[in-house]
Design a protein around this ligand. Structure first.
Ligand code: APR
Ligand code: PHB
Length: 394
């Protein structure tokens, strides 16, 4: 087999890259390890920055997103049962964000791929990028019992945090930065009407978040110790704990019901640098992970793919490699700004097991500053809304 860009991983990063490349007249083949049903069954985050919405809409992926997505001016913060305050992204940064599930983004991407008869091979196993430091890279893999080889000009590693692409970069040619947080998030999806705003809570019992997918689908999270298991959390226990972390008027507004999904995820940040090795380019979770606080993961996958597709289009359509050469540096500038913001918001909103009384007081002082200072407020609003893309009106 032969193509221009071999894309490893058919998550949002891989499928969006394939879509944008197609729109620029560039061929690709997507190799995905899992079945389509598995990929579509994953429940992930659900907040799209205005810039991400624009990239999706500009590439023909906006129909359902614009119809079903819920547009928000900002998000609400509450702490220790005190009055809530609203971070107004629209007022402070001129940008709104949209709640729309990553699962739906993934469905829209598959639908678009099917419409153009894209080559997306699922259940492709033993995928291995080869000779990426030469002019003739290729990828070997197994599909439906056959050993296959895909020759290409470039390989895009969009294979998420457990992917193979990052692992082929020699240790002395990559730098890995990591921060592990000492707690996880227990997430619950329920077919109940959500509360009005996305609401983050810092409470002595731990962090909580109220989010949404659509008018009859709510997503809630609570901070839990890392040793907790799903079996420890009956629905009743979850709802009682969630409500205990919000002030009474918000707790009273939360409509409970049976959970339709429940999972625990650890919180971690990592970044690998550079995001390129020869003709292999990394994008999305393959290169970086952020804790979910601030919902930056999917948005970073979109900005990476935007930069990478623009660089590949410049190579194939204009014969210029300048953008490919600056891809890693440019993508990493945006990655680090979101990594920093997610880390900061995680620190601000969670109770850490080893927190001293000093740490606690300092956290309260920072929340108080945020609640009362216009400058602090504007800074958070600008970062929550999403920083601009370089060299584009996004
Ligand atoms: N070969 C082929 N495919 C692979 C391999 C492999 N060796 N390893 C992983 N994959 C696939 C996974 O099955 C998955 O479908 O790569 C895909 C990576 O998709 P995601 O994990 O969704 O990562 P990405 O596309 O970068 O999207 C980032 O996803 O995890 C969230 O918070 C994250 O919202 C962000 C978004
Ligand atoms: C979600 O809706 O899943 C979500 C929203 C905001 C976050 C994290 C997750 O910060």
């Amino acid at each position: 087999m032969k193509t221009q860009v071999a894309i490893i991983g058919g998550g949002p990063a891989g499928l969006l890259l394939s879509e944008i490349l197609h729109r620029n007249g560039i061929e690709s083949v997507v190799l995905e390890r899992r079945s389509r049903a598995y990929v579509l069954g994953r429940i992930r985050a659900g907040v799209l920055e205005e810039g991400s919405v624009k990239v999706l809409c500009d590439n023909g992926l906006g129909d359902r997103l614009l119809r079903d997505g819920h547009v928000h001016d900002g998000a609400q913060l509450v702490w220790a049962g005190r009055d809530s305050f609203f971070i107004d992204c629209y007022k402070e940064a001129g940008k709104r964000f949209t709640t729309y599930g990553q699962t739906q983004v993934q469905e829209d991407l598959f639908a678009a791929a099917d419409r153009r008869n894209a080559t997306v091979l699922d259940e492709a196993t033993d995928v291995m990028p080869m000779d990426v430091t030469t002019d003739r890279p290729y990828v070997t893999f197994k599909h439906r019992g056959e050993n296959l080889r895909l020759d290409c000009d470039f390989v895009a590693g969009c294979d998420g945090k457990h992917g193979v692409s990052r692992s082929i970069i020699p240790a002395d040619q990559q730098k890995f930065y990591e921060k592990v947080f000492p707690f996880g998030w227990l997430g619950v999806l329920s077919e109940t009407p959500p509360i009005e705003h996305l609401t983050y809570a810092n409470h002595p019992r731990g962090f909580a978040l109220a989010s949404m997918r659509n008018p009859m689908l709510s997503r809630y999270y609570i901070q839990v110790p890392l040793d907790n298991r799903i079996e420890d959390w009956s629905d009743d226990r979850f709802w009682t704990e969630l409500k205990a972390r919000y002030p009474k008027e918000i707790a009273d507004a939360i409509v409970t019901g049976p959970s339709i999904e429940k999972s625990i995820a650890p919180l971690r940040s990592f970044v690998t640098e550079p995001m390129r090795y020869g003709r292999l380019f990394l994008a999305g979770d393959a290169a970086h992970i952020v804790p979910p606080t601030g919902a930056k993961g999917l948005n970073l996958a979109v900005s990476d793919v935007f930069y990478l597709s623009r660089a590949l289009a410049s190579h194939f359509n204009h014969g210029s490699d300048a953008m490919l050469d600056s891809y890693s540096e440019m993508a990493l500038r945006r990655v680090w700004s979101s990594v920093r913001f997610s880390w900061w918001l995680t620190n601000l909103m969670h109770r850490f097991p080893d927190m001293s009384e000093f740490d606690q007081r300092a956290q309260e002082a920072e929340l108080n500053f945020l609640a009362t200072s216009h400058h602090a407020h504007a800074s958070v609003a600008e970062q929550y809304a999403g920083l601009p893309f370089e060299g584009a009106h996004i």
